[in-house]
Design a protein around this ligand. Structure first.
Ligand code: SAH
Length: 281
C-alpha cells in the first residue's frame, strides 16, 4: 500500500508523467519539499479544518499539507495532466484528499467543501489568476474561509501588506486589510521554481478578522479607493470630487468630518480613514 513517504519524488513525478510546464497556464512548480513544508506549516493547525488548495499542479504543497496533519484537503486543478499524479497522492493518503478538475474561478468553493469544518485556503497560483481569486475571496458573501496562505509575485505580496506611505500602498492593501490581518511570511527566490519565473515570489498569510471587526461595505470602499488611487498624485479634494457629487456629499465637510485634510493624497490615508469615509457616505 503506497503511503506519502514512498511516493516518487516530485522531480520523478514530473519526469514519469512528462509534465512540462505549460507557459500559457503560467506554470512554475515547487519541487523542493522543504519549501512546500515551510508553506504548509504557516497554515498550522491543519487538522480540524478543511483545506482548499487551488492549482496543486504536481502536488508538492498537497503532499506537505497532508504530511503536516491535514485531515481533509480538496484540490482544484484545471490542467488534466495532473490528475494522475494527484490520484497517486490520494491513494497514499487514506481518503484525506478530494480532487476537483475544474477552473477554480468557476467553482463555488463553499458548496463543494460544505460547512462542517472551517476552511483554510492554500495556493501557489499564476499571478494574474491569484490576485483575481484573492479579491473574489475577500469580497465573498458570506465569507467562507478563515485563513489563506498564498504565494504571490513579491511585488503583489508587498501590495497586500503595504502601509500608508509605502510605494505599494493602494486598493489591494486597503481591501485586504479591511477584511484580514495580513503578514508577509517569507520570500521564495525565483530559482526555487521549475522553471524559474522572471521575478521573486513571497508567501503572504491572511487571517480573517473576527466578524465584528471586519469591514462590510466593500463595494463602496472599492469605488472610493478607485476614485482616490485612480489619480494617485492628486489631492483628495480634487480626485474625490466626482464621488462626492455622486453621493451628494459636501466634499470638504465630509473629508474634515472624517479627520481627513482635503489637501492630502490617498497614499497618506490609513485604512481606518478610508473605512470612515465609506461609512459616513
Ligand atoms: N502549486 C503547484 C503548481 C504551481 S503552477 C506548485 O507549487 O508546484 C500553477 C498551477 O495552477 C498549475 O498547475 C495550473 O494548471 C493551475 N491553475 C492555473 N489557473 C488555474 C485555475 N483557474 N483553476 C485551477 N487551477 C489553475
Amino acid at each position: 500500500m503506497p503511503d506519502l513517504t514512498n511516493l516518487p519524488t516530485l522531480s520523478q513525478t514530473v519526469q514519469i508523467h512528462g509534465l512540462g510546464a505549460n507557459k500559457k497556464l503560467g506554470q512554475h512548480f515547487l519541487l523542493d519539499m522543504n519549501i512546500t513544508d515551510k508553506i504548509a506549516r504557516l497554515a498550522l493547525p491543519l487538522d480540524g479544518f478543511h483545506i482548499a488548495e487551488i492549482g496543486p499542479g504536481p502536488g508538492g504543497l498537497t503532499r506537505s499539507l497532508l504530511k503536516n496533519g491535514a485531515g481533509s484537503v480538496t484540490v482544484i486543478e484545471m490542467d488534466e495532466r495532473f490528475l494522475v499524479p494527484l490520484e497517486d497522492i490520494k491513494m497514499a493518503s487514506d481518503g484525506r484528499l478530494n480532487i476537483i478538475h475544474d477552473d477554480a474561478l468557476k467553482v463555488h468553493i463553499q458548496k463543494e467543501l460544505g460547512s462542517e469544518l472551517p476552511i483554510k485556503i492554500a495556493a501557489n497560483l499564476p499571478y494574474n489568476v491569484g490576485t483575481k481569486m484573492l479579491v473574489n475571496w475577500l469580497t465573498a458573501n458570506p465569507l467562507f474561509w478563515s485563513q489563506a496562505v498564498l504565494m504571490f509575485q513579491k511585488e503583489v505580496a508587498e501590495r497586500i501588506v503595504a502601509k500608508p506611505g509605502d510605494a505599494s500602498y493602494g486598493r489591494l492593501a486597503i481591501l485586504s486589510q479591511s477584511v484580514c490581518t495580513c503578514r508577509m511570511a517569507f520570500d521564495v527566490p525565483a530559482n526555487c521554481f521549475s522553471p524559474p519565473p522572471k521575478v521573486d515570489s513571497a508567501v503572504v498569510v491572511l487571517d480573517v478578522l473576527p466578524e465584528d471587526k471586519r469591514f462590510k461595505q466593500l463595494k463602496l470602499l472599492g469605488e472610493l479607493t478607485q476614485a482616490a488611487f485612480g489619480q494617485r498624485r492628486k489631492m483628495l479634494r480634487k480626485s474625490l470630487k466626482p464621488y462626492a457629487k455622486k453621493y451628494n456629499l459636501d466634499l470638504e465637510d465630509w473629508l474634515r468630518h472624517c479627520g481627513v485634510d482635503p489637501t492630502q493624497r490617498p497614499e497618506e490615508l490609513s485604512v481606518e480613514a478610508f473605512k470612515r469615509l465609506t461609512e459616513t457616505n
